[in-house]
Design a protein around this ligand. Sequence first.
Ligand SMILES: Cc1cc2nc3c(=O)[nH]c(=O)nc-3n(C[C@H](O)[C@H](O)[C@H](O)COP(=O)(O)OP(=O)(O)OC[C@H]3O[C@@H](n4cnc5c(N)ncnc54)[C@H](O)[C@@H]3O)c2cc1C
Length: 66
Amino acid sequence: MRDVPVRPGSYWMEYGDTAAHPRPPEGLDVDVAVIGAGIAGICTAWELARAGRSVELLERPGSPPE
Ligand SMILES: Cc1cc2nc3c(=O)[nH]c(=O)nc-3n(C[C@H](O)[C@H](O)[C@H](O)COP(=O)(O)OP(=O)(O)OC[C@H]3O[C@@H](n4cnc5c(N)ncnc54)[C@H](O)[C@@H]3O)c2cc1C
């Protein structure tokens, strides 16, 4: 069995470009904010809304590409 390298920190904090992500709108007051309007995000937001939750579906600016 191969050894799996142990990573002490968070992969996402180490490699993710978190500073480039847009912030949610000021004063956003919903039960759930779904980030990313791909098929997973749209279906999640749809199901939550159908279940009576208030939902905001957030997509980054410029998507989809023109
Ligand atoms: C070239 C190509 C062709 C494909 N062809 C097919 C096909 O023919 N049939 C098929 O079944 N599948 C196809 N796929 C695969 C399919 O597109 C993916 O499996 C599917 O879109 C994954 O859905 P998802 O919701 O998980 O992610 P995505 O569709 O990637 O959605 C994620 C969303 O999150 C948004 N997002 C990311 N970061 C942020 C952020 N910080 N803030 C706000 N929004 C953010 C993105 O802009 C994106 O809209 C193809 C993929 C590619 C790349």
